[in-house]
Write a protein that binds this ligand. Structure first.
Ligand SMILES: Cc1ncc(C[n+]2csc(CCOP(=O)(O)OP(=O)(O)O)c2C)c(N)n1
Ligand SMILES: [Mg+2]
Length: 361
């Protein structure tokens, strides 16, 4: 069971900011090849993120929400899941989705606004990207309750940001999940900013994790830039959920290194030094690299090789996605309702009329 007094100070961390092991007791039980695999995912996802940012600037995808800086939080947590566990991502969680099986090509199609991008391939327990802040937390709570009723042992994980904790949906979801001891994990990536709103204007709580106490569930705060620590707390939360001990709220303390989205200019509201400090002194990839290098599992040369290999893989995914027949504007109206809707039919006609006047489709 959880202890309310523990919660205030519990901050799980194995690696210090220089990537040195500061705590060896309770390290997650990961084989060397798994450690390397997690690092490879982090490198691949960083390159993917950078590529998407460039593609948006080139007009090849729509608005994009970069996740650089949050790789340890997303990959450490998704890596601990079983294939059949459910994830409910927001717009900034492409890395978690891809690690859980979402094809890169599909993610790119989504970012291109292609109809096919909204369709999760058969057999993957990944919900579509949620743009409405916090709505997916309720969906995860509902899915977890359904799983429990069906006697299955899959866990539902909601991913969301610090800003989402100010929405009613967050509170409703945590409450109902705890009351029903639903096998859910509420994974908050506290990246310190909700667009231009800093954390201290979002909540007066000392931590986000401590909010768990009010709902009667376990809460834990973890160094979200320490992939080992994130994996560990996730693994423990999954065990509790599968054992019928109910949900967990995890607060992964991390940082959004880039803009909120490609439509945002963070230099207008963020101190340059703060950003520089996180990038130079607390980057999740650099920290894990130091750890792996000391264990003899990674070298600079291997890192360079990996980059080359992943860049090729990413370029292939981009080519596949760009080879798709473009979506038509009609599709945006045709698949909203099962049966035609009068208002939408009128809007569709209007758009068709405007496009015809411009000579497009
Ligand atoms: C219900 C709702 N209100 C407002 C918005 C506009 N909006 C988009 S992102 C965002 C901030 C979210 O911040 P946070 O939860 O910290 O996630 P992050 O973007 O940092 O990953 C807001 C207010 C929205 N999408 N949905
Ligand atoms: Mg945030």
């Amino acid at each position: 069971m959880y202890d309310e007094m523990d919660l205030r100070h519990e901050f799980v961390q194995f690696l210090n900011e220089n990537g040195k092991l500061k705590e060896t007791a309770n390290l997650p039980n990961l084989a060397d090849d798994q450690l390397i695999d997690m690092y490879e995912w982090m490198v691949k996802m960083r390159l993917f993120d950078e590529k998407m940012l460039r593609m948006q600037r080139q007009g090849r995808i729509g608005t994009y929400a970069p996740f650089s800086g949050q790789e340890a939080a997303q990959i450490g947590s998704a890596y601990a899941l079983r294939e059949k566990d459910w994830i409910f991502p927001s717009y900034r969680e492409m890395a978690a989705s891809i690690v859980h099986g979402y094809p890169m090509e599909q993610a790119i199609l989504y970012m291109k606004g292609h109809l096919q991008g909204g369709h999760t391939p058969e057999g993957l327990n990944i919900f579509p990207v949620q743009i409405i802040i916090a709505a997916q937390i309720l969906h995860a709570a509902g899915c977890a309750m359904a799983t429990k009723l069906k006697g299955e042992d899959d866990v539902s994980v909601a991913y969301f940001g610090d800003g989402a904790t100010s929405q009613g949906d967050f509170h409703e979801a945590l409450n109902i999940a705890a009351v029903n001891k639903a096998p859910a994990i509420f994974f908050c990536q506290n990246n310190h900013w909700a667009i231009s709103v800093p954390l201290h204007m979002q909540t007066a709580s000392q931590t986000i994790a401590q909010k768990a106490v009010a709902y009667g569930m376990k809460g834990v705060q973890v160094d979200g830039n320490d992939v080992l620590a994130v994996y560990k707390v996730m693994e423990e939360a999954l065990v509790r959920a599968r054992n019928g001990e109910g949900p967990t709220l995890i607060e992964a303390v991390t940082y959004r290194q880039g803009p909120h989205t490609t439509a945002d200019d963070p230099t207008k509201y963020r101190d340059k030094k703060e950003v520089q400090d996180w990038i130079e002194n607390n980057d999740p990839l650099s920290r894990f690299f130091v750890y792996l290098e000391e264990k003899g599992l990674m070298t600079e040369a291997r890192h360079e090789e990996l980059k080359e290999q992943f860049n090729t893989e990413i370029e292939e995914a981009v080519s596949h996605a760009e080879a798709f027949e473009p979506s038509t504007t009609d599709q945006a109206f045709d698949y909203v309702y099962d049966t035609p809707h009068k208002l939408l039919a009128r809007q569709k006609q209007e758009v068709q009329r405007l496009l015809a006047a411009k000579g497009g489709n």
